[in-house]
Design a protein around this ligand. Structure first.
Ligand code: SF4
Length: 78
């Protein structure tokens, strides 16, 4: 899977731990940085494809990614 998009993300110049917050406030801060990121879509798809269960990726928290994966599984099964 192509990962060249990573260098173009809004987070490229931020400390990585910003995107692995320990509380809800930190999650919201990270998600705000993701807003308007030019590579939000490939970032989210990368995290979903690799089942990454920690951190904020593509503007989505761990919980949001679990919901997306569940919805996709249900859509595929239908
Ligand atoms: S969507 Fe967020 S985590 Fe992904 S590359 Fe952009 S800023 Fe970084």
């Amino acid at each position: 899977m192509d990962t060249n998009w990573m260098a173009r993300g809004n987070c490229a110049t931020r400390p990585p731990d910003t995107f692995f917050p320990s509380d809800g406030v930190g999650v919201e801060i990270a998600k705000r940085i993701c807003e308007g990121c030019p590579v939000q879509e490939p970032c989210l798809e990368y995290a979903l494809h690799h089942r990454i269960d920690h951190g904020v990726w593509g503007g989505c928290s761990e919980r949001q990614r679990r919901r997306i994966l569940r919805a996709r599984r249900l859509a595929t099964a239908a």
